[in-house]
Design a protein around this ligand. Structure first.
Ligand SMILES: Cc1cc2nc3c(=O)[nH]c(=O)nc-3n(C[C@H](O)[C@H](O)[C@H](O)COP(=O)(O)OP(=O)(O)OC[C@H]3O[C@@H](n4cnc5c(N)ncnc54)[C@H](O)[C@@H]3O)c2cc1C
Length: 598
């Protein structure tokens, strides 16, 4: 995308203030300065017609392929593993080449279309999405983003056909959330090659992959991290047995070990010593895969829940007539709409070449994965006792959904990242706080991993750019809802400044408040995506306008209540008491009281 700035845009072509997309600015980070970057959120992006035409038959083909396999998926969940014949069928359908360019043998899908494909596979089985997603979203994404021409030529065609399946090897037993603590080493040899030693754990596709993107320390144990492309066929590479997991049981998860593996010099991925940045860039770029999957799962749960609610009769009536059941159904719908709106906005940022979408990507992952978990929980509740029985799909849905807030960055770490990244930018824009935030990450939070996408973006407040008239795209019927975001964005900007002034660089130690800041940022950014999408859908389809505006209004009212509570609780809360209680429980090794012994 061309780098459009307010200053160098010719006058004749200048849209109204705030209407020019600023691909080098982050809409989510700008909220921390109390401003809405309208141009980056409105109008809602529309998938190109050509891509729709490619996608539609592909989705139909997936339906035809997956719809009859439901019994297989349940059996493979119980048996814990996809048979090789099924993986072969995935290869034949081209599902390992979704985002690989056509000239390298792939389908060349955009991020948005790719996320839509994973949304479709997740309607049937989460493990299927993970086999495809771990390969494309993270396993071989490094070669797409950072590969040399020779690496691309050597590996992409094989990765596209599925002749090679890929996996992403970052986590180790001592390095989970603190990924930068990894101990796997790579020692340079006199001939320029490397010797790789260490063990990675919980690697998705670990047992079926032919190619691993591996992160290792390259100088000494305190040294820098470098990324390598490693083939499973090389001497010294092995994997452990299939992990016996709670959910996504058919998806391959194993340890992967490297015992003095000789890695040729040309298999260093990206710049030497920049491996941590590379890992984070891959995870950021891959988040919409997980988000798309979460949305697909929710759609399938809503279909199940509506059918169940209409068929099941109690007290002489279908339970669908009862308010408490209807509330759950409607809430899944609202959550699904919001998740879909934010996930595809982020996909659009990635596809359009926006520079800095890491906070938006984290927001979409946190929101979509938690919405999917709520949906699974509530769909099971609507099914009552049936929901608890293995004969029905709900218990597997709950088990399968549970992993998503844990992997690819736990949602706690991502919340801290959202808050810290936004606050850092906001602090930089306040000249008197600049020194305080300059080394805001020079502390343990560095391990969140998350700084890679940060590029010191200018904020509106710093540049003096007017970010726009009040909701130029807001339809009349949504004005009241739009006003909520205007009001709370301004209040949020004030709150972010206050938090920075109160704690300075020590803000990193105030996780309760960081969480509140992140929660507000999530509600604001997801809410803006919801408004944008509702406005676009309402315009395109007047007959369903009332329904879609209704969805947007409900989300906004709920977000408003959450934001008000979070703002209030920045001032008045029981954080200290909670911390004391945690200390008590930690000191006692559990719960102190008992009804018998007092
Ligand atoms: C099924 C499965 C598949 C996976 N696939 C892959 C893969 O393909 N490749 C790969 O590299 N990894 C993979 N992982 C690893 C996954 O990314 C990690 O489990 C995840 O990053 C969390 O690390 P951890 O499990 O060590 O938890 P920990 O880091 O030990 O965290 C435990 C808890 O403490 C919280 N916590 C930790 N630090 C902080 C902090 N500073 N502040 C507040 N809270 C904190 C966490 O949020 C979490 O709730 C997979 C894991 C699983 C279970």
């Amino acid at each position: 995308m061309t780098d459009v700035t307010v200053n160098d845009t010719p006058a004749a072509a200048t849209p109204p203030d705030g209407m020019t997309p600023l691909p080098d600015q982050s809409a989510a980070k700008t909220l921390f300065a109390g401003k809405i970057l309208h141009a980056n959120v409105f109008p809602y992006p529309r998938m190109a017609d050509a891509e729709r035409e490619t996608l539609e038959p592909m989705l139909d083909a997936l339906d035809a392929f997956l719809a009859d396999r439901r019994e297989d998926f349940r059996r493979w969940d119980a048996e814990a593993g996809q048979p090789p014949g099924f993986v072969q069928e995935l290869r034949e359908l081209g599902l390992f080449g979704l985002i690989i360019p056509e000239d390298q043998g792939g389908l060349g899908l955009s991020n948005a279309a790719y996320a839509r494909v994973l949304s479709q596979t997740s309607r049937y089985d989460t493990s299927v999405s993970l086999t495809i997603g771990a390969h494309s979203s993270i396993g071989m994404k490094g070669i797409l983003l950072f590969g040399t021409p020779a690496q691309r030529a050597r590996y992409l065609p094989k990765l596209a056909s599925g002749e090679m399946i890929a996996a992403f090897c970052l986590t180790e037993s001592g390095a989970g959330s603190d990924a930068a603590a990894l101990r796997t080493t790579a020692k340079r040899q006199p001939d320029g090659s490397w010797v790789l030693s260490g063990e990675k754990i919980w690697i998705t596709n670990g047992g079926i992959a032919d190619l691993y993107t591996v992160f290792a320390r390259t100088e000494d144990t305190e040294g820098k991290i470098t990324a390598f492309v490693v083939e499973s066929a090389w001497d010294g590479v092995s994997h452990g047995p299939h992990e016996d997991k709670m959910g996504i049981r058919a998806s391959s998860t194993t340890t992967v070990s490297f015992a003095d593996v000789r890695v040729p010099a040309e298999n260093v991925l990206g710049e030497e010593g920049k491996g941590f940045k590379i890992a984070m860039a891959i995870l950021n770029n891959g988040r919409t895969g997980l988000g798309g999957g979460a949305v697909g799962g929710m759609k399938s749960l809503l279909a199940l829940a509506t059918q169940q609610a209409q068929e099941r009769k109690q007290f002489g009536r279908p339970i669908a007539e009862f308010g408490l059941v209807r509330e759950k159904i409607a809430q899944i719908m609202v959550d699904c709409f919001a998740a879909e709106s934010v996930v595809w906005m982020v996909a659009h940022y990635i596809d359009s070449g926006y520079d800095d979408y890491s906070v938006e990507a984290a927001i979409s992952k946190v929101f979509a994965t938690e919405a999917a978990n709520r949906a699974a929980w509530e769909a099971l509740q609507i099914a009552g006792g049936n929901g608890y029985m293995k004969e029905f799909p709900y218990e597997q849905a709950v088990r399968d959904a549970r992993i998503s807030p844990i992997f690819e960055g736990t949602n706690e770490i991502l919340r801290l990242f959202i808050a810290m990244s936004g606050l850092k930018d906001a602090g930089k824009a306040l000249s008197d706080l600049k020194a305080a935030v300059d080394d805001i990450f020079a502390n343990p939070i560095k391990g969140f991993g998350v700084l890679s996408g940060y590029a010191g973006r200018r904020l509106a407040r710093a540049t003096g750019v007017n970010l726009g008239p009040a909701f130029p795209h807001c339809p009349e019927a949504l004005r009241a809802a739009c006003a909520v975001y205007e009001k709370y964005t301004a209040a949020f900007g004030g709150a972010a400044e206050q938090v920075l002034r109160k704690y300075g660089r020590d803000v990193v130690e105030h996780q309760h408040d960081l969480k509140r800041i992140a929660e507000i940022a999530i509600d604001l950014f997801v809410g803006l995506c919801v408004m944008s999408r509702a406005a676009a859908l309402g315009e395109a389809d007047p007959e369903r306008r009332e329904e879609v505006y209704g969805l947007a209004t409900v989300f906004t009212q709920q977000a408003k209540r959450r934001m008000a509570a979070n703002l209030r609780r920045l001032e008045r809360n029981e954080d200290e008491q909670l911390d004391r209680l945690a200390s008590t429980a930690l000191a006692d090794g559990g719960y102190r009281w008992d009804i018998v012994s007092g």
